[in-house]
Design a protein around this ligand. Structure first.
Ligand SMILES: Nc1ncnc2c1ncn2[C@@H]1O[C@H](COP(=O)(O)OP(=O)(O)OP(=O)(O)O)[C@@H](O)[C@H]1O
Length: 575
């Protein structure tokens, strides 16, 4: 139950609306019970009055008005309760989703990440939604039932103590026995239901997103079967859940029947030595309507297993600590004052898990210099670039920008100082304009069009201009076009350090040459780090760094390295 604690605390913020909603719910419940009870009494009292002299004097109007009033209150109350509680719970879910999102974002990227996009989506949608059960199915119905039971039992006891006690005892017994019984019966299945739903969604998203690859390699059938298996598993759990719900409801009806039999037995010969009167009918109908108080309880507890599992899944994210934390603009935070940026990498080592990926890296990127980082695939080049943007922090050693340790720089300052063209350019499912302005939200249409023109993507402006929708993951763009969107973002960004991770990979020779010239022009007064496998333009670099298995094995300018007759020379000869 401790897993639910943070969510109860969130309820505090909306306590007023939730309490009003619960009160209206209680009044609605009482109106339902009152309607059946008063109607029962009214019918039998009218019948009795009709058979006796009292038919002349019996006041039909007042109970008739009461019945109508209770019926209207029940309908209006149900509407009012829905409006208020649903409004409050939607606001609460919004708060919860925002809170979850804020905690989730600093967790990424993560070394050895086990969390998958589809699973996170499921947590932020389905698991967050399940949290409204705490209020709608648990807290509010239990409070309403308890108050309703006490009031109804007291009213019945006012007419006949023994009947009131019997009714109160059986109802309270249900309140005590039902929760642990149905929580236990539904717990394991509830957990499995939540987990199976999550797995089914993840399997489905995988199936859809990798569908073209699955078709090409003939793996579609196998994946489809996995999906169907998951679906059958879910149906089994749902079926079990439905059976538990049916059991809870039918047992409740049985208890209600037994309660009614007891009430009938106690009222058989009237109360207080008097013969039976319409009051007997009132008490019988009150006992009959007590079902209304218990129905919400019947359903509440088999959902608890699901709600707890969802809470645990949310807590795994909200309680996790980020691997990288940034200083705010507080006392220890330091600005980067200079116009240009000098980068010092001192004895840096890093590993994702057991295997060292970077070992004792010493490298200086002087302000305004151009450095190329070369090395076999997997030798740690991108990792080094990611340490510069603090995707991760180095395990030992230090990175310093203009004399300020990277850990001391606030995130917004770091982001404003570094432009990155990464290996995989992500395209948002959004307009061309919004895909470009993520790099500079102050850029006007002219600047956006100019950047597109420079990267030879002016044709994207042909139909709907900057409003052109780039679609899901930029599917209608070619690989080379996506890369050039990345370059256009770099042109729009004003960072003083530019990191290009294989930014021209996959472009034809002529376009690559044009893009390299563009990059060189853009980086004229900037510090630039080029990660590359290609050898074009290396003679224009101030420094070329060769990496091997996480270590720097050679560095110097083009001529110097050729003279060394070492690895760089061999690489130029091999290519
Ligand atoms: N998030 C991660 N978690 C665990 N290991 C990782 C992660 N990212 C990279 N690695 C591993 O670290 C090593 C270095 O990867 P990195 O991407 O830095 O190499 P690279 O030199 O840039 O390769 P490439 O030229 O192919 O891009 C590789 O063995 C890779 O498998």
């Amino acid at each position: 139950m401790g897993d639910l604690k943070p969510y109860f605390q969130l309820y505090k913020k909306h306590w007023f609306h939730l309490t009003i909603g619960s009160l209206i719910g209680l009044l609605t419940l009482l109106a339902s019970v009152g309607l059946l009870t008063v109607s029962g009494w009214f019918l039998s009292a009218s019948a009795v009055a009709g058979l006796t002299i009292a038919r002349q004097t019996f006041n039909y109007m007042l109970p008739g008005a009461a019945v109508r009033g209770l019926a209207i209150s029940r309908t209006a109350g149900r509407w009012g309760e829905r409006v208020i509680t649903h409004d409050a719970t939607f606001k609460l879910l919004t708060d919860l989703r925002v809170r979850f999102f804020k905690r989730m974002i600093p967790l990424f990227p993560r070394k050895n990440a086990t969390l998958r996009d589809a699973d996170l989506l499921n947590r932020i949608t389905a698991d967050v939604e399940a949290m409204d059960h705490i209020y709608l199915r648990l807290v509010s119905p239990i409070a309403q039932s308890l108050i309703g039971i006490v009031l109804l039992s007291l009213i019945v006891a006012w007419f006949d103590t023994a009947s009131g006690l019997w009714l109160g005892t059986t109802l309270i017994a249900v309140m005590v026995i039902w929760p642990p019984l149905f929580y236990k019966l539904g717990k394991h299945n509830g957990e499995q239901l939540t987990l199976t739903k999550a797995t089914l969604r993840t399997t489905l998203i995988d199936y859809i997103s990798a569908h073209s690859e699955l078709l090409i390699y003939g793996g579609e059938n196998k994946r489809y079967k996995q999906f169907i298996q998951q679906q059958s598993k879910l149906i089994e759990h749902q079926f079990y859940h439905a059976r538990i719900s049916a059991l809870a409801s039918s047992l409740l009806m049985l208890v209600n029947g037994v309660t009614l039999l007891g009430i009938l037995y106690l009222g058989l010969n009237g109360y207080h030595g008097e013969p039976a009167t319409p009051i007997t009918a009132l008490i019988v109908f009150a006992a009959l309507s007590s079902m209304e108080l218990l129905i919400p309880i019947a359903g509440a507890f088999q959902f608890l297993g699901q709600t707890l599992t969802s809470a645990k899944r949310l807590n795994q994210i909200t309680e996790a600590s980020p691997e990288v934390t940034f200083l705010d603009d507080g006392a220890q935070a330091q600005p980067l004052s200079s116009q240009s940026l000098d980068v010092q990498i001192d004895n840096v080592s890093f590993q994702y898990s057991e295997r060292p990926v970077l070992q004792q890296i010493d490298l200086t990127l002087p302000a305004g210099s151009k450095t190329a980082l070369l090395g076999k695939t997997g030798c740690g080049k991108s990792t080094l670039a990611q340490l510069l943007t603090r995707s991760w922090d180095c395990d030992s050693g230090e990175i310093v920008f203009n004399g300020v340790s990277l850990r001391q720089i606030p995130e917004d300052v770091l982001r404003a100082s570094t432009s990155v063209v990464s290996q995989r350019v992500d395209i948002l499912n959004d307009s061309l304009r919004n895909n470009l302005t993520i790099a500079n939200n102050k850029a006007d249409d002219e600047q956006l069009a100019d950047a597109l023109h420079k990267v030879e993507l002016s044709h994207l402006l042909d139909d709907t201009g900057l409003e052109q929708w780039l679609g899901d993951g930029g599917r209608q763009l070619s690989g080379g076009e996506k890369r050039r969107i990345g370059l256009a973002r770099m042109l729009l960004h004003t960072g003083k350090l530019v990191i290009l991770d294989e930014a021209t990979e996959g472009l034809d020779k002529t376009t690559e040459k044009k893009m390299l010239d563009l990059i060189t022009e853009h980086c004229k007064n900037k510090t630039a780090l080029f990660i590359t496998h290609r050898l074009s333009n290396l003679h224009t670099m101030d420094t070329i760094v060769m990496m091997e298995s996480g270590r720097i094995v050679e560095q110097g300018d083009f001529r110097f390295l050729l003279k060394q007759n070492g690895r760089f020379k061999r690489l130029t000869e091999a290519l």
